[in-house]
Structures are given as structure tokens and as C-alpha cells.
Design a protein around this ligand. Sequence first.
Ligand code: T6T
Length: 328
Amino acid sequence: MKPITKLTAVAAGALIATVGCSSAKTDSGSSGSAAGGNSNKSIAFVQGVAGDEFYITMECGIKEKAAELGYTVTTQGPQKFDPTLQKPLVDSVTSSKPAALLIAPTDVTAMQAPLEQAAKAGIKVVLVDTTVNDPSFAVSEISSDNVGGGKAAFEAIQAQKPDGGKVLVISTDPGVSTVDARVKGFEDASKTDSKFTYLGVQYSHNDASTAARLVSAALQKDPDIVGIFATNLYSAEGSATGIRQAGKSGITVVGFDAGPNQIKALENDTVQALVAQQPSTIGMDGVEQANAALTGGAVEKKIQTGFTIITKDNLSGEGGDAAYKSSC
Ligand code: T6T
């Protein structure tokens, strides 16, 4: 099925149920009512990782839409972006039987069976952000145009380094659908311009200090790297630090995501462009799809959301508006 695209702005170039080590909190919808007379109005949101501004901003969207439609929301996230920590959270959600589960699965393979189990238990599963190998059990999948975002990241480097050179990608882990798609979009685009040499991808395990170490080491080996694409928030944070630690300047760094630290890095010129997603919209769409599935409404199997390229030039306008929140 062709994804429905909700691209609003693309301007390239230019937790109280605690399981394991995670936290959860419950928020009540304040008004409205879930249509269709379904008495179970609880939605569980399981983040990819706790404390990540991308998922915090998504949670804000989820809470806002849930309040409008009369649902309560329980949010939980593992302390690391790690399926061995996320699976027990999902198992516990499945036994608590919410009406719907909105989840960003941390691995395409490892989260398949636990999520199928949740769906088999009658919970409406909506995949928000990431997906799994076979998402057929899910009522809907909502994510950014990640391949397009990777391509846009390359184009941003290309615009700043028209003479070309070596480019490197810092990602999180293989098997995370979103970042894998970003890497692909970037790699494919870089190979269309023979002035650029694609040095491949290195994995930081979603840890900023590991990303910093990888970048420092890469710059020792290839001091003539002209551009780095960091595929998510922590990769971007670490890449900027790694460049600083290596005492280098003049490298174009493009990061996915737009948390407060990334915005600061843009202001300080350690990062030149950010690909900001629309996590709040993804969350709101997720609740709408869960509600449609629960009330017999029309469900969209796949929804694709857009992104905004933020640079210093648009930070005071649409760029700034696309920045993520640290709290709702
Ligand atoms: O980039 C987002 C998200 O889209 C990705 O799946 C994992 O990393 C983030 O949460 C940012 O840290």
C-alpha cells in the first residue's frame, strides 16, 4: 500500500508501572469521549528509550490527542534503546490489557514476537516511528520519510561542500528501521555524485560518548573527511563532541533530530544542519489511528510524516518551530 504522505515542510540545502530499569507515568485524558461505547479507554505508549526528546515530544502529542478523545495514557520507556530492556515492558503491557499500544520497537527482529503477542491478546497495536520485519499485525504504522531525510542530509552536505570529499555516517545499531532507512537514503544519494567518497557507517549503540570516540578515531584515520551525517539525536550530539575533541573545524555535520542540545550545537556552529522530524504529529496520528481501530472507523495502514531542515538561517522561524521539547 502506498504510504500517505503528510509532508509539511521540506527545505533541503537551504511511568509508574516500573519493570526492569524503566519508568512509567499515567496521564488522564481530560475531556471528550471515545466514540463507539468501548469502555476500555487506556492507551499504553512504549518509547524507544526514556528521556529522549524525540519521544518526549511524541508523548506530548499523544497526551494532547488522547485528552481530546477521552483516553488515558501510560508512558514507559527502557533506559537504553535495547530490545532486551523493551521486551519486558511490552510483556507487562500485554498482561495489563490496554485498549491500544503505541510503540516504537527497538529492533525489527527481536520485537516481532512480543508485539504479535500483544495483538493476539486483542490490543490494537500502532507502530510509531520504528517498525518490525512483518508489521501485518499492526493496525497502523506511522513514521517520518526516513529515506528522504537521509537523502536531504546528503544534499545539505553537498550544498556546503560542492567540491566533494569523504563523507562518514554515524548511526545507532543495525536493525533499527528508521536509522537504517536514513543510512540508505544518504548512501544512495552520495553515490550519485562521484566527487564524494562514502566511507560507510559506524555504530554508536545510541551512546553519545561512543559516537564521539568513533568520530575522533575516524578523523585520525581520515583527517580529510568533509562531512558527517549523524542519524539521530545521540549520534549528532556525539559527533559534534568528537570533532571538537579531535581539534578539527570546517567539517559539515548534519544531524537527524532537533533536541535542545542539537539546537545549541547549531547555534555554536558545531553542527550545520538538522533534519527535524514531527514527533508530536506522529503521536497524534497514532492516537487517531488507535481510536479509529477501536471504534470501527477507517484506519490508514501506513502514514508518512515529513521533516524540516533546520539551519542557523531559519532558526528564528520555521526551523525554531520544529525544535523538540524536553517536557510537555
Ligand atoms: O531519531 C529518533 C527516532 O526517530 C529513532 O528511531 C531513534 O532515535 C531517535 O529517537 C532520536 O534519538
